[in-house]
Design a protein around this ligand. Structure first.
Ligand SMILES: [Fe+2]
Ligand SMILES: [Fe+2]
Length: 357
């Protein structure tokens, strides 16, 4: 296993190790000199990395998705760990173990997929069951659905993340359809299983996660509609098809979040709220876990959630509030100061062509 892993880094630690470049930007300092703003990653997580000096010599030696050996130091910046790079050099693919660099679900994808097949087999509506069985008996779809992350970032951004998200939603769907007797559980479960199926080709996940060209052109809702059309059984009732397609198209809940239609029947509205709930809760837990090792009770600012989060365990254990920064005003200040950037981040969180639920 590679060492150090991103999740092991601590403030003040000098770092020497290989990382995968998730994003790369060459920016300019006030003096006009270039500096590098990177996000680097391994299986355990990702971290912002900045190289301030001697950039000209190395900035063209690697691209996004390259492996680089970094010599530098981990430092706290706005209560979030960041790497300051002193020097770097590219590393050849043959010198690394790819599985060290791609984050993956803690659960076995085969086991999760078997659980999904069990849920599909339990549906009572023969048309919905036949549609789902047809889609998932396509070996290419089944294999991609087992691997795909649920998003590029923000929530369930790891291999197998889509399946984890969908299985979590299936149990929420079963819970809530018991609570609301007017809900057709089979229709809701079909919406849950298909709502993000377009992610299997909207995203690329053989290296660092990014949007495919098809994803950029169509978005996962349109790709999902296409997959349904391609696998629709000949005797599938046309009205039921409209309902299934509406579930996919309306699941982002609002026009500005990429859905062309607002949810207009109970299962569609419930699917939207459950999807929103599950993605937000996953983002909250990921944020808390990511910043667990940093001092203070508050996480770093989470642009997608528009706030810093309180780690209640640290709060109750009387950890120091935070290194100098005051979370509520800091978060609010950021929101005001970076209104457009924040608006962009929020839209990105839902926009099908950028980041999405
Ligand atoms: Fe989505
Ligand atoms: Fe989703």
């Amino acid at each position: 296993m590679k060492s150090p892993m991103v999740s092991d880094l601590a403030p003040g630690q000098s770092v020497q190790g290989v990382f995968l470049v998730q994003s790369k930007e060459v920016r300019q300092k006030r003096t006009g000199e270039p500096y590098l703003s990177l996000v680097v990653m391994d299986r355990s997580g990702d971290i912002d990395a900045k190289m301030w000096d001697n950039v000209a010599n190395v900035m063209d030696s690697f691209e996004r998705d390259s492996f680089i050996r970094i010599k530098g130091e981990a430092q706290l910046f706005q209560n979030r760990l960041q790497l300051t790079i002193h020097n770097l050099q590219p590393v050849s693919d043959s010198d690394v173990e790819l599985s060290d660099f791609l984050p993956a679900s803690r659960r076995d994808p085969q086991e999760m997929f078997a659980e999904l097949e069990g849920i599909i087999a339990s549906l009572r509506n023969p048309h919905l069951k036949a549609l789902l069985q047809r889609i998932f008996s396509d070996p290419e779809i089944a294999s991609k659905y087992r691997q795909a992350p649920a998003a590029k970032g923000i929530h369930h951004a790891w291999l197998g993340g889509l399946l984890e998200h969908v299985l979590s939603l299936c149990s929420l769907a079963r819970f809530t359809s018991q609570h609301y007797p007017g809900i057709d559980e089979d229709l809701l479960l079909t919406g849950v299983i298909l709502h993000d199926i377009g992610k299997i080709t909207e995203l690329e996940y053989t290296r660092s996660f990014s949007y495919s060209t098809e994803g950029g052109l169509l978005g996962h809702m349109q790709i999902g509609i296409r997959l349904v059309a391609e696998h629709l059984p000949a005797d599938f009732p046309p009205k039921l098809r409209n309902l299934v397609e509406h579930l996919i198209l309306s699941h982002h809940g609002q026009l500005e979040f990429g859905s062309p239609k607002l949810p207009v029947f109970p299962e569609a509205l419930l699917l939207h709220h459950l999807d929103n709930l599950d993605s937000k809760m996953a983002a909250v837990f990921a944020s808390l876990e990511r910043d667990r090792g940093t001092p203070g009770q508050w996480t770093g600012y989470n642009a997608a959630l528009e706030r810093s989060l309180l780690d209640t365990a640290k709060y109750l254990a009387d950890a120091p509030a935070r290194n100098g920064a005051k979370p509520p005003s800091n978060a609010a200040g950021k929101a005001v100061k970076q209104a457009s950037a924040f608006g962009q981040a929020l839209l990105s969180a839902f926009d099908t062509t950028k980041e999405s639920k």
